[in-house]
Design a binder for this molecule. Structure first.
Ligand SMILES: NC(=O)c1ccc[n+]([C@@H]2O[C@H](COP(=O)([O-])OP(=O)(O)OC[C@H]3O[C@@H](n4cnc5c(N)ncnc54)[C@H](O)[C@@H]3O)[C@@H](O)[C@H]2O)c1
Ligand SMILES: O=c1ccn([C@@H]2O[C@H](COP(=O)(O)OP(=O)(O)O[C@H]3O[C@H](CO)[C@@H](O)[C@H](O)[C@H]3O)[C@@H](O)[C@H]2O)c(=O)[nH]1
Length: 479
């Protein structure tokens, strides 16, 4: 089979960018991205795309209406496609068996059932969502139990490794594409057909093929390893703060060993995002089901440490502000889980903000890309608060960092947006309450310069004992 038409079920952070790049690099393939959400599809077809991702607008502009289409007509998408990506969400279960740990496969299952209902010709079905090992078996069972005469299915695993904020570069210059399939002649043929799609722009040496289960497990393993590095360096950040070592220096020294490498050793207020926690929980649950409690406990510790880091940082904020933030104005700079994305899923800023609100603080929140409604949605979510009215009363969303900090007792920097590095902190100092505090949860500011201006500064993994300069001590401009 030559792949002429691709359909993707799920127009989210993965389906949208992935298929846009496939359309860009494979001009002879028609790519249709389908979603059951009319609103999402309308946004993909508008000038304001539903997700912010550097470079994405350009790619969509080049291909949309030519060989890239966004549609709610799932039936047509499925029927005409030779190859179907399942790119739907796989959140952690919130109730029932495996609550809080297992991946909820209801969207994967419903996608498989839609394909089974609608397909009238042979399909290669590709699991792109992140799933527990053996999920392909579920898809296979649903499809093969409902096969219409003359319709054959091959199921492949092709996990996605893009990171938000760098998705387009990650897709165009992928270090590796992983494809797992059945060890049968038809399975191997399907693998080769998907390889052919990627080979339009990915060197063949970067395309790895494995059996289905290795491919599924490798995705969970990759995220577990990455998150483990962050928890490792974050654990040492606490040691640094207690001893006078500097975590950036430690990371530089450790990372210089080529066996360890320098990437992903940036201490922080903890990792966020929709993937790390969810996928490690998924791995932990899998280990528990496989009766491997020691392995489950090992990975659980990566998550425990991440919670500890968020708690430790927030506690430091409160303790530094004389152990009370009641009625204090606190500017929260950054709400997304990392820079260059508007995504707030599992953002550490949620925990920090919610804890400060619980302590009676008033928050002025500014993020360059997160929509105000999204911030309020996260903070008034019933899983996070039982008092949404108090949250609404005590949170103000600002459209510049300067307006957020005016009159604030403290700045809490939660996301490493580049624009925060170039703020005029002299000007900011003048409009803040005194003593003025900055808590740099991302280690991106020039702490010495801030101290010279007069700020009390705290960061991650480094003790900054020096008192602010005398010059600035008394200058209070706000009542
Ligand atoms: N976000 C990332 O950076 C990232 C990276 C790699 C892998 N992943 C994995 O990819 C998967 C998708 O993640 P995401 O961030 O794109 O999720 P998302 O929530 O942004 O998008 C999923 C979309 O699927 C749609 N959907 C659900 N069921 C459907 C159905 N039956 N038919 C059509 N559409 C349906 C939803 O409406 C939603 O728009 C998850 O398994 C995730 O773990 C995510
Ligand atoms: O040294 C570091 C690197 C990252 N982070 C934080 O870790 C989180 C996750 O960052 P990142 O991995 O860059 O973004 P994601 O979009 O969550 O991407 C991860 O999760 C995706 C979904 O599975 C995978 O595809 C990617 O390969 C994997 O990097 C963010 O809060 C970062 O601020 C740190 O604290 N320190």
């Amino acid at each position: 089979m030559v792949i002429e038409k691709i359909c993707c079920l799920g127009a989210g952070y993965v389906g949208g960018p992935t298929c846009s790049v496939i359309a860009l690099k494979c001009p002879n393939i028609k790519v249709t991205v389908c979603d059951k959400s009319v609103e999402r599809i309308n946004q993909w077809n508008s000038d304001k795309l539903p997700i912010y991702e550097p470079g994405l607008d350009d790619v969509v502009r080049q291909c949309r209406g030519k060989n890239l289409f966004f549609s709610t007509d799932i039936a047509q998408g499925i029927q005409e496609a030779d190859l179907i990506f399942i790119s739907v969400n796989t959140p952690t279960k919130t109730f029932g068996n495996g609550k809080g740990r297992a991946a909820d496969l209801k969207y994967v299952e419903s996608a498989a059932r839609m394909i089974a209902d609608l397909a009238t010709s042979n399909k290669i079905v590709v699991e792109k969502s992140t799933v527990p090992v053996k999920a392909a078996e579920i898809i296979m069972k649903i499809l093969r139990a409902n096969t219409k005469p003359g319709v054959n299915y091959q199921i492949l695993s092709n996990p996605e490794f893009l990171a938000e904020g760098t998705a387009i570069v990650d897709l165009i210059e992928a270090e590796r594409v992983l494809i797992g399939g059945e060890d049968t002649p038809d399975g191997q043929k399907a693998i080769q057909e998907l390889c052919w799609v990627y080979e339009h722009w990915i060197p063949a040496k970067n395309i790895l093929t494995t059996n289905t289960w290795s491919s599924e497990l490798s995705k969970l393993a990759a995220n577990a390893f990455l998150a483990q590095r962050i928890s490792s360096i974050n654990s040492l950040s606490a040691v640094c703060e207690a001893t006078g070592a500097d975590v950036s220096e430690v990371a530089r020294a450790v990372g210089r060993d080529s066996r360890i490498g320098p990437k992903f050793l940036e201490a922080s207020i903890g990792f966020g995002g929709s993937c790390f926690q969810k996928d490690i929980l998924n791995l932990i649950y899998l280990c528990e089901c496989l009766n491997l409690p020691e392995v489950a406990a090992y990975w659980q510790q990566v998550l425990n440490l991440n919670d500890y880091q968020k708690i430790r940082f927030t506690r430091k904020v409160i303790e530094s502000l004389f152990n009370t933030v009641t009625d204090k104005n606190i500017a929260v700079l950054g709400f997304s889980f990392k820079k260059n994305t508007g995504d707030t899923r599992e953002s550490p800023a949620i925990y920090v903000s919610q804890t400060l609100l619980d302590e009676g603080a008033k928050l002025n929140i500014y993020d360059p890309k997160v929509e105000p409604d999204q911030i309020m949605y996260e903070l008034t979510n019933p899983y996070v608060t039982s008092e949404p009215e108090i949250v609404k009363k005590n949170v103000e969303i600002h459209d510049t960092a300067y307006s957020a900090v005016t009159g604030a007792h403290a700045i809490v920097l939660c996301t490493e947006w580049d624009e925060f590095k170039t703020l005029d902190f002299q000007k900011i100092y003048e409009v803040m309450m005194k003593p003025a505090y900055i808590f740099d949860g991302r280690k991106i500011l020039n702490h010495e310069r801030l101290q010279n201006i007069g700020f009390h500064v705290q960061t991650i993994g480094k003790r900054l004992n020096r008192m602010p300069s005398n010059r600035a001590q008394g200058s209070q401009t706000m009542p």
